[in-house]
Design a protein around this ligand. Structure first.
Ligand code: SF4
Ligand code: SF4
Length: 289
């Protein structure tokens, strides 16, 4: 079973809940950190690095200055404003270059070549409750959705090799292509929200994406007691849309305490009411028909 945990925006507690799910069940899991722009569960779980794979996130143009005449033709053609002239010298900005190859084709001297963006990585190994896979997109590199696909494929292969039933996917926040790559084909998508106006707004957008792909959606209202009125509004919205509420969790400073101590809340306070509530949410989701 693949369960993706996402949120319409960052800071809702999505990763804390993913970490709790990953340490909750009495059997090992595959944990896939698909928040490739800001993967952080490896900091919490310190997995072994048994495998490292290079992810080619497109290409960047580079100039061979032993050939370039600084004629500026390439600059006129670049639609991404990645080529500039400074004191008569033509330069290409690595972060602005889209890798479209056009400059390499128009350069009359063949001074531009395309090189792979090879700084992004996917890692896999063991963590204390099973196996873990995570991707890290290098700053400025693109195509996060493809890296997410790579992480998910690896997670599925590991689940098969190690005979592990559950894959827990910590998805990225937002509604971009990395989110879509994180949720497509999963059995359950859990959208974590918080009781604020922007939380409700972002929840609606996230649910639209889940609906578009006809996936089974659940909602968790985290820190619901910080704003009871807004929590009720969110519940009402879920009710109107026919989206089941997996559960509500109160604000709990121990969640941060657990993170500071590199533990999930389940590991930090296994017998607490809060941990029991997370367990109940997990059961609600996984035991649903
Ligand atoms: S078109 Fe070629 S030669 Fe002209 S500035 Fe660009 S890289 Fe240099
Ligand atoms: S590859 Fe495309 S985006 Fe990059 S510098 Fe050349 S023309 Fe611009």
């Amino acid at each position: 079973m693949e369960i993706a945990i996402i949120s319409g925006k960052g800071g809702t507690g999505k990763s804390s809940i993913s970490a709790a799910f990953a340490t909750l069940i009495g059997q090992p899991v595959v944990l896939a950190d698909c928040d490739v722009d800001a993967a952080n569960l490896h900091i919490l779980f310190t997995p072994t690095h048994e495998e490292e794979q290079v992810y080619i996130a497109g290409q960047t143009a580079i100039i061979d200055y032993s050939i370039c005449t600084h004629c500026g033709i390439c600059m006129d053609y670049c639609r991404f404003d990645a080529i500039h002239s400074m004191d008569g010298k033509i330069t290409i900005s690595e972060t602005s270059c889209d890798g479209c190859h056009l400059c390499a084709r128009v350069c009359p001297h063949g001074a531009i070549t395309m090189v792979d963006n090879d700084k992004s990585r996917m890692y896999s190994g063991a963590f204390r409750n099973g196996r873990m896979v995570y991707g890290r997109l290098a700053p400025g590199e693109e195509n996060s959705g493809k890296l997410v696909n790579m992480v998910r494929d690896k997670a599925k292969a590991i689940a098969k090799d190690y005979n592990l039933e559950n894959i827990i996917i910590d998805g990225p926040p937002g509604i971009g292509c990395a989110v879509i790559s994180s949720i497509t084909g999963t059995n359950h998508v859990v959208v974590v929200t918080e009781p604020t106006l922007s939380g409700l707004h972002d929840l609606k957008r996230a649910l639209e994406i889940v609906e578009k792909f006809s996936l089974k959606a659940w909602v968790i209202i985290n820190k619901y007691d910080l704003n009871d009125d807004m929590s009720r509004l969110i519940e009402q919205h879920c009710h109107e849309k026919g989206i089941p509420l997996a559960g509500k969790l109160p604000f709990n400073p121990s969640v941060v305490e657990a993170m500071v101590n590199l533990k999930s809340i389940i590991e930090w306070q296994p017998q607490s009411e809060f941990s029991r509530q997370i367990g109940a949410i997990w059961n609600t989701i996984t035991q649903s028909k």
